[in-house]
Design a protein around this ligand. Structure first.
Ligand SMILES: [Zn+2]
Length: 308
């Protein structure tokens, strides 16, 4: 039926349809339905790329993106951008402070799109990272490196990838990596502690859908590994609630998961409200302290930040 296709197609981005879908299927939320999580959010995977705002023009100037954060209760962000000017603008603007948003800047490895496929062997990227780290931002020193991508996990052994993993652990920087489970092992092997001290946020916790058992195995193996949950296949089920096996995994590692928007294209900014509402829906179904952990404390703890 046509309406059914419409719902399925629109399910992830249009929560307003959930209520209607439940109504026509005869389902009821019932008196025991949990309220949405209402506390502060830490967006631990945010991009402010040149397509959104290039410093002079674009559909999402600072006022716009900060208003989106503010009205969604986002009180802190891991900011990274292609090129790094977007993060630096967020870090420097008085508007950011007025919006009550704390900026945790990361050095992005991409000056432009061509760097996506070559950063792991490009010495000029390593030099750019050193230059950025030395300069810092108006919001303080950079606290991490990334997000970076590895479309072929073997490139985790590229010469610059190896040097950056060692540098990150040496300087206590957090790494934000969009990689598969195989690359997690390879990246960790390239740190001085063999992954025991490496502070790595796994973007999407495996966007390719690594099994829950495999994620569990990696979390057990690397005590500082943190999973960021945007785009994670299989995370949410009916009504935007956590799927059972993911709920079990989150309960097993309550201090190891964070949330993020991943505003990698402008469409993600347009759906920022829906993305944050989606998180609040399933967070509301967890024990309150744990919801607060995933929403705020886990990310804040990585960077030694206090409650907002
Ligand atoms: Zn991203």
């Amino acid at each position: 039926m046509a309406w059914r296709c419409f719902f399925e197609r629109n399910w992830p981005v249009a929560p307003v349809h959930w209520a209607f879908a439940a109504l026509i299927s005869g389902a009821s939320a019932g008196p025991a339905a949990a309220a949405d999580y209402a506390g502060p959010l830490f967006d631990a995977h945010l991009h402010y790329n040149t397509e959104a705002w290039d410093g002079r023009a674009g559909p999402h100037p600072l006022e716009d993106v900060l208003a989106r954060m503010q009205r969604n209760g986002v009180r802190a962000i891991v900011a990274n951008s292609r090129p790094n000017d977007g993060s630096k603008a967020l870090a420097a603007s008085p508007l950011t402070r007025q919006a009550g948003v704390s900026v945790v800047p990361f050095v992005r490895l991409y000056r432009d799109r061509a760097d996506y496929d070559n950063w792991f062997r490009d010495e000029s990227i390593y030099q750019m990272v050193l230059t950025e780290l030395a300069a810092g931002t108006a919001a303080g020193p950079y606290r991490g490196i990334g997000e970076f991508h590895l479309y072929d996990s073997a490139n985790a052994n590229g010469p610059v990838a190896k040097k950056l993993m060692a540098l990150a652990e040496d300087k206590g920087l957090v790494v934000l990596a969009h990689v598969d489970d195989v690359a997690i092992d390879l990246l960790m092997a390239n740190t001085p502690s063999k992954g025991q001290k490496a502070r790595l946020i796994w973007a999407h916790t495996g966007i390719g859908g690594a099994s829950v058992a495999r994620v569990d195995q990696l979390f057990a193996k690397y005590p500082q590994l943190v999973g960021e949950l945007s785009y994670r296949p299989g995370l949410t089920c009916e009504g935007g609630k956590l799927c059972p096996e993911w709920r079990t995994l989150l309960l097993k590692y309550p201090t190891r998961f964070v949330i993020g928007s991943d505003t990698w294209v402008n469409q993600r900014w347009q759906y920022y409200d829906e993305l944050m509402k989606g998180y609040r829906t399933w967070l509301g179904d967890l024990p309150p302290a744990m919801a607060r952990g995933i929403a705020w404390d886990n990310a804040a703890g990585l960077f030694g930040m206090k409650q907002p």
